[in-house]
Design a binder for this molecule. Sequence first.
Ligand code: HEM
Length: 459
Amino acid sequence: MLSSPFVLLAIAALAYKLWQAFYISNDKNSKVSSKLKALERSHETGGALSNMVQADGAGSWPPKATHGAGWPSELLPFHEIYLEMIPLLSSSNPSLDDAVNIERRDQFRALMSKKLNERVDMARVQALVSSIEAGNWSGCSRQAYNGFYCCIGVLRHSYRWAIIPLVKVVQEERIIEFPAQLETTWRHLQRTFGVDSDSGSNTSNVLLNFNQKGERAYKINLEISELVTSTEEAFFRMFYDVEVMAYPMYQKMVAAYISYEQGKKGECLKHMEDINSQLRELLRVFYQNLVESRVAKGVWLSYCQSFQAWGAGRMINGEYVEFDGVSGSHNLCFMVIDAFLGMKSYMNDQNLGRYIPQNQRNLISTFRRNSFFDRLHGDEDKEISDQFGKIIQHLKVFRSAHRARVMPYLAQPAPERMMMTAGKSFNEPGNDDAHLKVLDNMLVSRLKDTIAMASKLLS
Ligand code: HEM
């Protein structure tokens, strides 16, 4: 009986829930010991971490965010309107008829615009967002503004798509005229966070969608099916949970930089061992959750990925510039680990500037600049070098597993749409297999870069 796959799955799910409750309820991340706070102040990497946590995170990491609660009254209509629009956004039977879809899209957008026009006092909103951009936070707490960033991000994605699962006729639109309430606010928010995409990112749409209890505020699908609800929940939670696990690891990295520079190799080794065990735990979030029983392939593409895609743009200085949607590559923790190793960035500078907030970029570049991977001295640093080898091994296993697991999710049939991942818009000609091959090549190339790091260590 106990060996029945259903019982084993139920036990695994329960164990995961208990583990999750432990991590979040203990709120490990906000309990930064005074020793670590001191470390943060005493090194450039610590300064960058502290700056990001204090400013963007409102003193905590993952960042604190509130959704509606504690917001200035002029921002509240946005929150209410998103909640009112969700039931109209997704449907259990996507139509294959363009005319039906055009009508649905127009009705959805007209209703959202009407609600925004009638209920948002733009003069007051404009005054608030302008003063925040100028550095005056007296009218709004950082956690409220973080939640507001998410709210405008998800309102824009819902306006862009209007129909979930997304459909061809809406994909074909390349320039979207957003209501002024979603355009002006977004420009201010993007400048405040230091990013310049028209679309949302993992920070705006995913990370900031969680409050400190680990609850997700702005859902995409309501009452489509139990499977859609649980898949949506499990999928997005992974990106929050990895960041919960990553914060103590970032602190250990700062401690490792400091002890290595001070020549305290024994201490550095201990920190490196801790980083390895933290990374092992962090990756379990991925291994245990990106499985069919938690993220169902049959609904993921249409109901979860759809919303986070983008594939639209605007004319900038006489040229059409297109933006991509939310991608797993926006995850801060993987970029920080790569930087700790001194590895070149997966994303190019343009994409970093579009999707990764300024303070996160600063953390990544500071970690990369201070990486001591290339400064290790042969036998003298053998044990520390072995720990780097273990980190690389973890990354290799993750990148191979990621590649193997994600491709079947992307290859699911979705007759209502053309090929488009959330992260890559694919407006170039080519069939679905060719597009999948492009994505696979990107993942293979990153895996090769990681393997090359291991050879560097041995040489
Ligand atoms: C069904 C789920 C997923 C799919 C279909 C998927 C797909 C992809 C694709 C196609 C890329 C390469 C294109 C791009 O840069 O946007 C990518 C990159 C990436 N994804 Fe995912 N992904 C999934 C889930 C995840 C999860 C849960 C994580 C981590 C928690 C993750 C982390 C990454 C990272 C870090 C990269 C950058 C490449 C690298 O560093 O190796 N992905 N993903």
